[in-house]
Write a protein that binds this ligand. Structure first.
Ligand SMILES: *Cc1c(COP(=O)(O)O)cnc(C)c1O
Length: 397
């Protein structure tokens, strides 16, 4: 793989005609070390956020040994990437029976989640009534503190949890309770509230619980979304966990996706046309900018020019390259007012649910990946990112 010093170096040296994904393994390694050293339990990487084999290897080398997978393709991918090292946990509550069987019998997966008695029966059938299962019952919790809800689709309701926990306790070697507070949770309170739900469920069912899995949702940093330090989340979770009626040997798990991968990637795009404050760029809704288009997510941007622009920052919106109006990212993305066709822009923090979601729709796609050594455009893991491209780098907020 090509290696360059910086995003600016990529733009000026390569003058790429198609978008280029930049990867920063050092940023992902830093995030992995942070979670493995500071989270008061075990951290599973949620592979769906970014299934890049290079990223998976980087996280593994930096202390993330467990992986939350949701499909048989993700099971195979991680098994192959790590050659059987690394432990896989199949945490999708609605699985194909064939997928469970292959995961159990071929890939050695022992940990599964579920939120209904039907899924429990399915898991037992697919594993021939295995006696070595770790089964995590998924509770439905509120997404009120999160930017992206995961509250509607999965999770047992109050009232259903008692029977389900008791039946799962009977079947499992280890019984877990898991939940997901929604992605980009902007307050540690999300976890404290969810843990109270867990407490009620445990008391109601009077079962012995071996694993508490607080799921994903740990935030990254974007314009207008600057969370408090992750230590505050870890403290709230630790306090909640310590106060639960569970055994001394119970384990605490989490499943960060976004927080481990967001800083790993950004994308360098080219402006093909300017119309007022609308920039037509060569990546968009069907490329790495799905969230920017569909839920108006804002990402940090920087103009990549050898000679820094002195112009005032202005809010721009983006059009992607396909032929439909939906390929539109409203922003605002703050760039110097003299930005024009032919300019290159770095769009940052696309390592989670960005670079991984690229499609080939309308013939616009790009496989180009370049490793760079400069810092990501923002970070939750370093206090101060050295300010680069001073005039053009946008201050978050
Ligand atoms: C998506 C998902 C995650 C990761 O969520 P983030 O918000 O990216 O941290 C973790 N666990 C489960 C079950 C998920 O579906």
């Amino acid at each position: 793989m090509h290696k360059h010093h910086s995003a600016l170096g990529v733009a000026t040296a390569l003058k790429p005609a198609a978008p280029v994904t930049l990867i920063r393994p050092q940023a992902a390694a830093r995030a992995a070390r942070f979670f493995s050293e500071k989270f008061p339990g075990r951290s599973l990487y949620a592979v769906k956020a970014n299934p890049s084999p290079d990223l998976i290897r980087t996280l593994f080398a930096s202390g993330i040994t467990h992986f939350d997978v949701a499909s048989i393709a993700e099971v195979r991918l991680v098994a192959e990437t790590l050659q059987g090292e690394g432990k896989l946990c199949f945490m999708h509550p609605v699985k194909a029976e064939e997928a469970i069987a292959e995961a159990y019998h071929i890939h050695g997966v022992r940990t599964f989640s579920l939120d209904t008695l039907d899924e429990l029966a399915k898991i037992m059938r697919a594993t021939n009534d295995a006696t070595d299962l770790e089964l995590c019952v998924r509770l439905r919790v509120s997404s009120e503190h999160s930017e992206l809800s995961l509250a509607s689709k999965f999770g047992a309701e109050l009232g259903e949890t008692r029977e389900l926990l008791m039946a799962t306790r009977q079947a499992a070697d280890a019984l877990g309770i898991c939940f997901h507070v929604g992605s980009q949770a902007m307050s540690p309170q999300a976890y404290s509230d969810a843990i109270e739900r867990v407490r009620a469920a445990i008391v109601d069912a009077a079962v012995t619980v071996d694993i508490i899995d607080v799921g994903g949702g740990f935030p990254s940093i974007y314009p207008g979304m600057e969370p408090v330090a992750l230590e505050n989340y870890f403290d709230a979770i630790h306090r909640g966990f310590e106060s639960l009626p569970i055994s001394y040997s119970a384990e605490l798990w989490c499943e960060p996706g976004r927080a481990l991968s967001a800083e790993y990637s950004s994308v360098v795009v080219r402006v093909e046309r300017r119309r007022g404050t609308e920039l037509y760029i060569n990546d968009g809704a069907y490329g790495a900018l799905f969230d920017a288009a569909h839920i108006g997510w804002r990402f940090p941007v920087a103009l990549l020019r050898e000679e820094e622009s002195e112009a005032e920052l202005t809010g721009f919106s983006f059009y992607g390259p396909t032929c439909d109006d939906m390929d539109h990212m409203v922003g605002p993305f703050m760039l110097p007012d003299d930005v024009q066709a032919g300019d290159y822009i770095e769009i940052g923090m696309l390592g989670a649910y960005g670079a991984a979601m690229r499609t080939g729709f309308n013939g616009f796609t790009s496989e180009a990946v370049v490793e760079v050594e400069d810092e990501p455009m923002a970070s939750l893991y370093v206090d101060a990112i050295p300010v680069r491209r001073r005039a053009t780098v946008i201050k978050l907020g």
